[in-house]
Write a protein of this length. Structure first.
Lengths: 408, 113
């Protein structure tokens, strides 16, 4: 017997099948819209987390080349303590070391505002010259003779916002409980908002001023920075420093890089736990689909077979059903999360990253979308869903039509 | 009446338009990034401190890559980290922290020179 000729082209036939799939989905609209909503939610959450961690990791790596080659800290009892001047000379003498630079930095906790500032001491004239001028919004020049050069500072935008609220935007009064009087620090500028992700909580002051605020004695420093021109030697030099002085700890740039790689590793707990409910609900839905079709769906397949549809076409119908849902959900979910992260600045999600900080940046992240992420999202959602949805339909379609119709 | 597949086509078209807006926006923001990155690198070079100031709740979260073994347990031994942001970061790499127990004579600065 000759096979009946099929009307229309392959494309037209698929279109008719899609029509039929949509129609049958529309008939079970409550169930299907529920699946769609869950699906969009899942993809939205997964891709939001990928986007935010991807962007933050890129931000971390953006300045990695400018990091010090080796940072040397002194540890006592596992805690960092001040490092003495006496170490400089010995470290400088290690072959391959170009320069050793002591640093003074630390934290200042302002109880009234419950804010934690990062204090960094350096020669501010360096920022006033050359290309560095561009990273600071210079304030009105301080009146000559009024401010002492060692008590001036440049602050980050977050600090500036906070100080404005207490009307100290021109000059901030530092006070430690054991001081007789407070010391006013003139604010000569604010770091530009472009640098906010790094400078938000910074108070960069003249070295002498920082020493005073952090109460470091003469000859004491927070840590040392070692410059090694040849990157091949860095690891060896760090090892030498540690072997000569077992109380010292070295952090090389390569180590910081490897720390950054895993910093926002999405296995870091929060991601999974925040998604757990959604994943679970989605699994239940998939399980529901995989464990079998409803009697009505089975009956439909039986009738279709009875009126002459073949198994292949029934599978096409089911394939299109699950594929359309997956496609709509993944496109919509990804777009939604893009606008959520990069336009709305991730309200709700960003709070987890900033924690209980009083000074927080605006979270104006630069989009970074890795095609790998998108592929991963598609692989872990669309493919299992489409396959699992087809399987029970195939089982029903190869069963005897008579058996299906009689058993319902 | 319009066919179902045409309606689906329209829905997909709208989604594609939205995606296009996102793609255009992506490229616009990336283009603006170049100047931002220059400023960040300049700041990094000048100040030299590590890490992002997204959280200042605790010093080991602010300068996360310079933290040591004991910092998350500052209040008492084995105290759990109670800052929400501590939950997001994986523990820092502390493989280089000196081990407290050493046997035999300590190496001297002249050794190996």
């Amino acid at each position: 017997m000759e096979t009946p000729t099929q009307s229309g082209s392959w494309l037209e036939r698929q279109r008719s099948i899609i029509d039929y799939s949509l129609q049958s989905m529309f008939r079970r609209r409550t169930k299907n819209s529920l699946i769609l909503v869950m699906y969009v939610l899942l993809i939205f959450v997964v891709s939001s987390v990928f986007f935010i961690t991807g962007s933050l990791t890129v931000e971390l790596f953006s300045t990695v080349d400018e990091l010090p080659d080796i940072t040397v800290q002194k540890l006592i009892g596992g805690r960092q303590v001040v490092i003495q001047e006496s170490y400089f000379q010995a470290i400088r003498e290690i072959p391959g070391v170009e320069a050793v630079e002591p640093r003074i930095w630390g934290y200042f906790y302002l109880e009234e505002l419950q804010a934690n500032f990062t204090i960094f001491g350096m020669d501010l004239t360096m920022l006033e010259e050359g290309e560095y001028q561009r990273i600071v919004d210079w304030g009105p020049a301080l009146k000559k003779g009024e401010e002492r050069p060692e008590f001036r500072m440049i602050i980050g935008e977050g600090v500036s916002r906070l100080l404005k609220a207490i009307q100290m935007e021109d000059s901030f009064l530092f006070f430690q409980p054991n001081w007789d009087t407070a010391i006013p620090f003139g604010i000569i500028g604010t770091f530009k908002s472009e640098t906010q992700l790094q400078s938000n909580d910074l108070m960069v002051m003249q070295t002498e001023g920082a020493r005073r605020v952090l109460e470091l004695k003469e000859g004491e420093y927070t840590d040392l920075v070692v410059h090694v021109p040849n990157p091949e030697e860095t690891k060896m030099i760090a090892l030498k420093i540690r072997r000569y002085y077992p109380e010292l700890r070295t952090v090389t740039r390569a180590q910081i890089e490897s720390t950054y790689t895993s910093a926002f590793n999405w296995k870091a707990g929060f991601v999974l736990s925040s998604m757990l409910v959604v994943i679970f609900a989605f699994l239940v839905l998939i399980w529901d689909k995989a464990s079998g079709l409803s009697p009505a769906e089975k009956k439909e397949i039986g009738i279709l077979k009875a009126i002459g549809w073949d198994t292949e076409m029934i599978l096409s119908v089911k394939f299109w059903e699950s594929f359309i849902i997956s496609l709509l959900a993944s496109i919509f979910g990804v777009i939604l999360s893009y606008f959520y992260i990069y336009w709305l600045h991730a309200p709700g999600l960003k709070e987890i990253f900033i924690g209980w900080s009083t000074i927080f940046p605006s979270f104006d992240l630069v989009p970074h979308i890795d095609l790998k992420f998108l592929l991963l999202i598609v692989t872990v959602t669309v493919i299992p869903y489409s396959t699992i949805a087809i399987f029970p339909a195939w089982k029903a379609a190869i069963t005897d039509t008579d058996f299906i119709l009689r058993n319902n | 009446m319009m066919r179902y597949s045409s309606k689906l086509g329209i829905a997909l078209l709208i989604l594609m338009l939205l995606a296009l807006v996102a793609v255009v926006d992506y490229h616009r923001q990336r283009a603006e990034y170049a100047d931002i990155i220059w400023m960040r690198q300049a700041l990094q070079k000048a100040v030299g401190l590590t890490d992002l100031s997204i959280t200042t709740a605790a010093r080991y979260l602010r300068h996360y890559s310079l933290g040591d073994l004991t910092t998350p347990f500052q209040d008492y031994p084995a105290s759990l980290d109670h800052f929400p942001a501590g939950f997001v970061y994986t523990p820092p790499d502390v493989s280089d922290v000196p081990k407290p127990i050493k046997f035999g004579p300590l190496p001297t600065p002249n050794e190996g020179k």
